[in-house]
Design a protein around this ligand. Sequence first.
Ligand SMILES: *Cc1c(COP(=O)(O)O)cnc(C)c1O
Length: 392
Amino acid sequence: MSPRVPFIRPVMPDPHLIGEDMGAIVASNWYTNFGPFEREFSTRLGDYVAGNAAPPGSERGDGVHVVTVANATLGLLAAIIATVGRGDGTRSILVPSFTFAAGPQVIEWCGYRPVFIDIDHWTHQPSVESARTALEVHDVAALLYCNTFGIGNERIADWEVFAADAGVPLVIDSAAGFGSEYADGRRLGLAGACEVFSFHATKPFAIGEGGAVVTRDPAVADAVRSFENFGFDRTRSSTMPGLNAKLQEINAAIGLRQLALFDGTLEARRAVASAYASALEPLGMRFTPGLERSSVCFGAMIAPDRESRDRVLDRLVASGVEARAYYQPVAHLHPAFAAAHRADELESTAHAADTVVSLPVHSHMADDDVAFVVETITRALDGSNVDVVEAS
Ligand SMILES: *Cc1c(COP(=O)(O)O)cnc(C)c1O
């Protein structure tokens, strides 16, 4: 049975318009390999990221390089190869355990060992202190930092300083964060060596499968572009490790349509987050700091303790609300990474895994659905066993 409130429900552009785009693609006989839709899309993405960040007097999009990719996982792979090259299995890359499995998977594919670091107890963002501990013990080649839930870390500048002092690149997994802002109002995309975004159907900016690597460094952009095209240089000689990770024209076309709708998408998603927060914070729930300036991939909520989290989650699921608990299991508890090193006890990671709830957020969520989620949680916390009366 399909849930009453699904976890994710992307709003796609009008299928007729996508049909028109497909017609143009067929007419031009250009389906992939950096065609006109892809070039327009990467330019517009750069304008968007730089849109509220350009220093006075500079052109919008100045010095911003965008390379589209088939998905963010391959984008992360390309970013590591572009910044530190392929490893021989002896060196390490630091990565938070409180993230999606793609991060540590990619580290291993690139020939490095993942070393898991902890998160900050309060913000759930990767902990610089934990990374510093790991740096003393391991031969670290790079940092695969993650903006947790696509929320821009308030301390991103500390991470940049830490990476510079350590002399290693800071590759940023901002997969869920296209459209999010850092605390200073700049959009995500311009920090570290590069930031990697996902445009998967489950993310706020959804085109199906797709992503982008955004950087200020033209050398990183060139290497990513080469990586995703078999390691080819301009003469089509393979000169570095490569794969096929290019974005198709049709996905770029969908992306252009989504970009035109994106202001409305963000406004609607942030309104849901704020409705959740104002109704549920008085009941002792806490929302991840910075959620309101993010693109809100879901309602990232923290319960006071494990018992109430489990009660809330069970009640939601039993009532047909497809809530989740991201990221549980945390990465270091996946069997594939059981043998990986850990910087420390990862205490805050364990605590977060025990207390998080991920609430559904849709780009155009019915008020009734928001009210139903709030009501269900309220009753779960009351301990009331009275069946929830459907709002509609
Ligand atoms: C979604 C996600 C990815 C993977 O993105 P794909 O485009 O599906 O490959 C990687 N990291 C994080 C943190 C994510 O949320």
